[in-house]
Design a protein around this ligand. Structure first.
Ligand code: MN
Length: 252
């Protein structure tokens, strides 16, 4: 098995190193990851400056770009061989509910999926001590069973792992995305020259952590696996939109 690994915490992040080390015996691993922390980069591409790939070690590369840049570059020209799967993570912190809109971890997996490869995003919940080995074992379990999953090809798996020993996990649940309330306000301050600056505020509190959500699963101590699709079309609304737009043009 050939695995392309990336992340959004950067090529030196401990979660990525743990993942690469923990999967090494399963096949050939290539790591292509941002040269610094790009958490929150979402699905952005760098189009204003050239990208440079810097080798760190055999099979390990840093790129001066976003997670999406890394996977895009790897799959569209940099790698001599196509991988069998793209795995992004292990992210420091959860990517639950609305987080997936901003997450570079999820974006790296989405880019792999968009370019035609099976893809998994893996995040480990916040904790003082991060048990990366728990998330590594979860990924190994998923990889073992993935060929039998029968998932449609346009699916990305978003995996969130509670921060506890592997033996203390209660199991693995298929989930839907929950949601958060709107984010807390931007934090205003002044720079040393008296000019106004802002920090983006923290993520909103949980709004929908109801039954079947990713929030609920991890809160209960289960690994959450949410199937994500890249098509954002709200199909259920199409018929009423067709009627409304038809009315607009006949009024015209
Ligand atoms: Mn991150």
């Amino acid at each position: 098995m050939r695995m392309l690994l990336s992340n959004d915490d950067g090529c030196h992040a401990p979660g990525l190193e743990a993942l690469a080390a923990g999967l090494a015996d399963l096949g050939e691993i290539v790591v292509v990851a941002p040269d610094r922390n790009r958490s929150g980069a979402s699905n952005s591409l760098t189009l204003d400056v050239p990208l440079r790939v810097r080798p760190l070690a055999p099979g390990r590369y840093c790129v001066n770009g976003t997670p999406t840049d890394c996977v895009h570059l790897a799959l569209t020209g940099f790698l001599p061989h196509e991988p069998d799967i793209v795995i992004s993570g292990i992210n420091d912190g959860a990517n639950l509910g609305d987080d997936v809109l901003y997450s570079g971890t999820v974006a790296a997996a989405m880019e792999g999926r968009t370019l035609g490869f099976p893809a998994i995003a893996v995040s480990l919940l916040d904790a003082e001590e991060r048990p990366y080995e728990t998330a590594v074992r979860v990924v190994r379990d998923l990889l073992t069973h993935l060929p039998k999953a029968g998932l449609p090809s346009n699916t990305v798996l978003n995996v969130n792992v509670p921060a506890r020993p592997y033996e203390a996990l209660l199991g693995v649940l298929a989930t839907r995305l929950g949601s958060r309330h709107r984010a807390s306000g931007a934090v205003a301050d002044h720079d040393p020259r008296g000019r106004r600056i802002y920090w983006v505020g923290s993520a909103g509190e949980v709004a929908d952590a109801g039954e079947g959500t990713d929030f609920e699963a991890v809160h209960r101590g289960y690994v959450s696996v949410t199937p994500l699709q890249i098509d954002l079309t709200r199909h259920a609304v199409l018929p009423s939109l067709v009627r409304w737009l038809g009315g607009l043009s006949s009024d015209g």
